[in-house]
Design a protein around this ligand. Sequence first.
Ligand code: CMP
Length: 139
Amino acid sequence: MLERTIVIVKPDGVKRGLIGEVIRRIENKDLKITRLRMIYPSTECIEQLYDIHKGKSFYEDLVRFMSSGPIVAMVVEGDEAIKVVRNLIGPTDGREAPPGTIRGDYALSIRENIVHAADSVERAEYEIKVVFSENCGSF
Ligand code: CMP
């Protein structure tokens, strides 16, 4: 079934010059990028994006990290895009992610793990609304 999801290249991915690598892997898979935006997100926007993690031990550090520099957000469409993108990205912890996945190939951390992707159709719609809103950040 045709789905759309959101993929975000996190500040570590942007700093390490991996925007192109993430896009290349998405496009190689024949998924379509239908929107693309680079922003320096506000703390408030990141708090909205990660509302489900509020109260967890890693939440404060996560918000600080995600608002520490520019991010690149994209809307990605294709057959079963939610699952397909999550398979391309790999598990959260870069140390555990298998080679061949984005995190497996480029991340050695559970927090600074290069990319984010939505985990359900509902979350994708919510996160697209949050990150593509005018007041998510500047640039
Ligand atoms: P992401 O897929 O964007 O979803 C939530 C993010 O929180 C996750 O990637 C990591 O960046 C971060 N995260 C999740 N679990 C932990 C953890 N145990 N310690 C530190 N950061 C975490």
